[in-house]
Design a protein around this ligand. Structure first.
Ligand code: MCA
Ligand code: AMP
Length: 507
């Protein structure tokens, strides 16, 4: 089955012979989806993709609500030999225009509610067909799937072929498409399944979005590869998660999940029989780790990854899960700490740039050979831009970032993108966008703005001015007007000074 499609086979292997076992409980509709039903639908959808002209290597872009159909589309794209390109539903049409123009997908699958506004953009970008997936498992792609009667023979794809492109923001403001191969995705999920000991008895609470690495590859691929099942929720809701914990064994989340669950009533009782809580995508405060331990008796397992690499390090499943650390390199991942200037390895214990190498590492940035060359060394090491150190026991500590990046509730936000938009508004001289501590999101966006002399410009004007072009989660949650931005002798804006000044903006 699927034996010539590398990732397809890896995702299907565990459930072969267990076709009637449950893959997914849809929390929205209460439908129970068996492995047999899920893969049969994915095959039918793959047939539709091929009929619409998707050839091996073609990209299938999707901006749709979190549904089982969207998950089927991921597997269908892989089986059809295509390249899955998921996009955050929060992106505005102007943001989507960039992705479609840059990636040149064969088809776009979007929410029926946005078909009208996105179709012209898709056409302009050379997309040959627009299909839809709506909330509640509806849409034209679902209808066409249901009209296909026969099964589908997976298209041949090898380990080095691309399975997905995920866009990750760039420091210059332009997002970069990270090209991920069948091998990178399959090998990383296999490793995680093994080290976190997932098996057919596991039930994962899946409340993460499925347009990013965490919810799409870590949560979904691990579930499929272990033959486990999941409780599939359209979004995070603390009460829903607590209600379902007694039926589940594992939860994967960003730190905000754990911060919010700690605020809810009944956590201690609900979590009693769970076996694993995983956190990642952003730093988990040691305080959250400790409080979780005190309330539930479970030590959260923190791991560290990136869109370009999937997961790189993990705290041990068996052994000491240390708060404030991301554990050890995963099997098959080599990690170096290097000097930020020379790139040479530095002595153990000192802070430097984390670099990683392994089968998990991406194949480069789509259509950006210079960026690829800057970040991916000839010897295979990827320069993460994260700053860290390895302690005397081998645990890795992430202490900061070389890149000017804000991570808010697990979403990455690049200040440059927001600054460019604000600087373009009438009445603005210049701006600096920074991330400062936030009790719920970990970090949140603050914009510090210098207005033109005499300009009567308000925070609301700024928000109104950027809203067409910027997804809401990237909007500044605090806006300050100042006379001048702090600069060093070289004239560079001192963001560190600004971060210190606005450190308490949300407390
Ligand atoms: C929502 N808002 C946000 C965020 N989420 N603002 C900043 N940061 C956010 N993360 C905005 C909304 O637009 C809204 O604004 C207001 O905050 C309240 O939204 P609400 O609906 O209450 O939020 P929510 O639906 O409860 O979402 C919060 C969330 C969600 C559950 C934390 O953001 C989430 O699921 N985050 C997970 C992201 C993730 O999967 N990251 C993995 C990336 P307004 O009121 O103005 O409309 S993969 C990765 O990082 C690497 C590879 C890795 O290691 O995993
Ligand atoms: P993304 O661009 O979405 O791929 O996000 C990757 C970035 O998230 C990494 O480069 C880190 O800066 C950050 N990250 C992921 N997991 C962790 C973690 N456990 N602790 C600290 N930072 C993390």
């Amino acid at each position: 089955m699927y034996h010539e499609n590398y990732l397809g086979e890896a995702l299907r292997a565990a459930s072969l012979g267990a076709d009637q076992s449950l893959f997914l409980q849809n929390h929205q509709t209460d439908d129970a989806v068996t492995y047999q039903a899920f893969f049969a639908n994915a095959e039918r959808m793959a047939q539709v993709l091929v009929e619409t002209g998707v050839a091996p290597g073609d990209k299938v872009a999707v901006q749709a609500p979190k549904t089982v159909a969207m998950l089927e589309l991921y597997v269908a794209t892989v089986l059809a030999g295509g390249v899955f390109l998921p996009l955050n539903p929060a992106y505005t049409t102007s943001e989507i225009t960039y992705f479609l123009t840059d990636a040149e997908p064969r088809i776009l699958v979007c929410d029926p509610m946005r078909e009208g506004e996105l179709s012209p953009v898709a056409k302009q970008a050379g997309v040959s067909e627009v299909l839809t997936i709506g909330a509640n498992e509806s849409g034209t792609l679902v209808e066409r799937r249901d009209a296909v009667v026969s099964g589908f023979t997976a298209v041949k794809r090898g380990p080095d072929d691309l399975a997905a492109i995920l866009y990750t923001s760039g420091t210059t403001g332009r997002s970069k498409g990270a090209m991920l191969t069948h091998r990178a995705l399959a090998s990383n999920a296999q490793t995680l399944k093994d080290v976190w000991q997932f098996n057919a008895d596991d039930v994962l609470i899946h409340a993460l979005p499925i347009f990013h690495t965490h919810g799409l590859f870590v949560a979904t691929n691990v579930t499929l590869m272990a033959g486990s099942s999941c409780i599939f929720m359209a979004r995070f809701d603390a009460d829903d998660i607590l209600d379902n914990m007694p039926k589940a064994t594992a939860l994967m989340g960003v730190p905000t999940f754990y911060v919010r669950l700690l605020e809810a009533d009944g956590l201690s009782k609900a979590s009693a029989a769970m076996r694993l809580f995983v956190s990642g995508s952003a730093p988990l405060l040691a305080e959250t780790h400790d409080r979780w331990c005190a309330v539930t008796g479970h030590a959260i397992l923190e791991r560290y990854g990136m869109t370009e690499t999937n997961m790189n390090t993990s705290n041990p499943y068996e052994g000491d899960r240390r708060a404030g650390t991301v554990g050890f390199p995963l099997p098959g991942v080599e990690l170096l700490v290097t000097d930020p200037v020379t790139g040479a390895p530095i002595p153990k214990g000192e802070i430097g740039v984390l670099e990683v190498r392994g089968a998990n590492v991406f194949a480069g940035y789509w259509k950006m050979p210079e960026k690829t060359a800057e970040e991916l060394r000839d010897n295979g090491f990827f320069i993460t831009g994260d700053l860290g150190r390895v302690d005397e026991d081998g645990y890795i500590h992430i202490v900061g970032r070389q890149k000017d990046l804000i991570i808010s509730g697990g979403y990455n936000i690049y200040p440059k993108e927001i600054e460019l938009l604000i600087d373009d508004l009438a009445g603005v001289v210049e701006s600096a966008v920074i991330g400062v501590p936030h009790p719920d999101f970990g970090e949140a966006v603050v914009a510090v703005i210098v207005a033109q002399d005499g300009a009567d410009i308000t925070a609301q004007d700024i928000l109104t001015g950027i809203k067409e072009n910027l997804a809401r989660f990237k909007h500044p949650k605090h806006i300050a007007f100042v006379k001048a931005l702090p600069r060093n002798a070289m004239g560079k804006v001192q963001k560190k000074a600004l971060r210190e000044e606005y450190d308490k903006a949300f407390w």
